[in-house]
Design a protein around this ligand. Structure first.
Ligand code: PMT
Length: 400
């Protein structure tokens, strides 16, 4: 980011405090940062902190002390203007070209690309007028950074959280250091466990939480891809509402949903822990306990990875995961070839602090072209970024 000129516009929202960290991340990487704030934004975060961190005066008014703030030159100075957080109020003004403060004057005269990171309560975010205003900005080629799901200022939980500073940073990095690496790519990801019903109250399942697959969906979304996430039973959901989520329960349902996209997707990432077997028949009533053993007959489930591997074209890239308790690398290599995958991501089971249900993972990527790349234990979000970069190099035939 060395020498990149970034203009940040801050509007009145509690999420404004996160911009302190964003400014820190940008300046640490050598970017030059200038900041414009609306009057109400100054009630949420101190201009003094921001001017100290950015090394530039923070501007709030069209004029101060008989001096005019040259909004035209500010808009021309920047390589990228990011308005974050974007309040509902400023959103509506931007959509209709209102110009009643310095931030809006800079926006209207900016010649650089502009991105916005909305932040609002869920009800405001879901209001039809807000949706219309967002569409209006998109039609004017403003980049809209997806909102997240989580705790909101109202105390409620829902959609409308501004993206985290690290995500805003990596978004800016991708915008300024080249085009988003997976732009125009359609990615289908399976995640989480599957549950195979035995009777109305029991099932065969596993400990997958969906965290790894959700982190991958978010990383691909940030890299510009159109993401379709086929998610088994999980209480988690991705932060970005741009991600199309299909909730499924059984392996058959997961298989059917993936097959709907089998021809149109460019990249498939099979991170779900799919049950290999399902009960041959599902009891209509709860099974009554009886003395002696209980035998449940099982049938094979479809192997989604295998089926996609058989029918994929040369333009489609297939990623499988492997969870092995013995001869890990040999078994992963065998999977790579028998499933006709382009790479296999092998989870390490050596460390009890990583893997199933945990926030961290340790992986090794084995690719069809003979590469083996080991990654140290780190958060699933960071690993997802590594995987997304690795796949981008593979898809674009770059040397890793
Ligand atoms: O969800 P988390 O708690 O974050 O945990 C992440 C994870 C450990 C589940 C994930 O990183 C992972 O390893 N997922 C795959 C686990 C697994 O089922 O591995 P496997 O070796 O049994 O299957 C191999 C591959 O075939 C996988 O890509 C799997 O999605 C796929 N498969 C398996 C069976 C089947 N019927 N259809 C499939 O597509």
């Amino acid at each position: 980011m060395q020498g990149k000129k970034i203009l940040i516009g801050i509007t009145g929202s509690i999420a404004a405090y996160k911009i302190i960290l964003l400014v820190r991340l940008l300046t640490k990487e050598g970017a030059e940062v200038k900041i414009v704030m609306t009057k109400s934004a100054t009630q949420f975060v101190s201009p003094l902190v921001l001017s100290t961190l950015s090394g530039n005066p923070v501007l709030t008014d069209l004029s101060s002390e008989n001096e005019w703030a040259n909004h035209v030159m500010l808009g021309r100075w920047a390589d990228y203007m990011m308005i974050a957080p974007l309040s509902c109020n400023t959103l509506s003004k931007m959509a209709y070209g209102v110009c009643d403060n310095l931030l809006l004057a800079v926006y209207l005269s900016a010649t650089c690309r502009v991105g916005v990171a909305p932040a609002m309560d869920e009800d405001m975010w879901l209001h039809p007028t807000t949706k219309q205003n967002i569409e209006q900005l998109k039609s004017q080629h403003v980049d809209v950074i997806p909102v997240g799901f989580g705790g909101l200022a109202s105390g409620l939980t829902g959609e409308g959280r501004m993206a985290e500073p690290e995500q805003l940073f990596s978004f800016l990095e991708k915008q300024l250091m080249g085009s988003p690496i997976h732009k125009n790519k359609k990615v289908v990801i399976t995640a989480g466990p599957t549950y195979e019903h035995i009777d109305p109250v029991r099932f065969i399942g596993n400990h997958s939480s969906g965290k790894m697959g959700i982190a991958l969906a978010e990383a691909f979304c940030m890299a510009g891809a159109e993401v379709h996430l086929v998610l088994g039973p999980s209480h988690l959901k991705p932060k970005y509402t741009d991600i199309q989520v299909y909730h499924v329960t059984t392996a058959i349902q997961m298989y059917e949903k993936v097959m709907e996209h089998a021809k149109s997707a460019h990249i498939f990432v099979m991170s779900a822990a799919v049950a290999d077997y399902k009960p041959k028949s599902v009891l209509q009533q709860k099974h009554k306990k009886k003395n002696g053993e209980l035998h449940i007959e099982l049938d094979l489930n479809p192997d989604i990875l295998f089926v996609i591997g058989q029918q994929k074209t040369n333009d489609q890239y297939l990623v499988g995961f492997a969870l092995e308790t013995e001869n890990a690398k040999e078994n992963a290599l065998e999977k790579l070839s028998s499933k006709n995958a382009d790479c296999i991501i092998l989870n390490s089971l050596e460390d009890p602090e990583v893997g199933f249900g945990k926030d961290t993972n340790k992986i090794c990527i084995l690719s069809k072209n003979g590469q083996t790349v080991d990654f140290p234990a780190k958060s699933k979000s960071l690993l997802a970024n590594d995987i997304v970069s690795f796949i981008s190099k593979e898809v674009n035939h770059e040397v890793a």
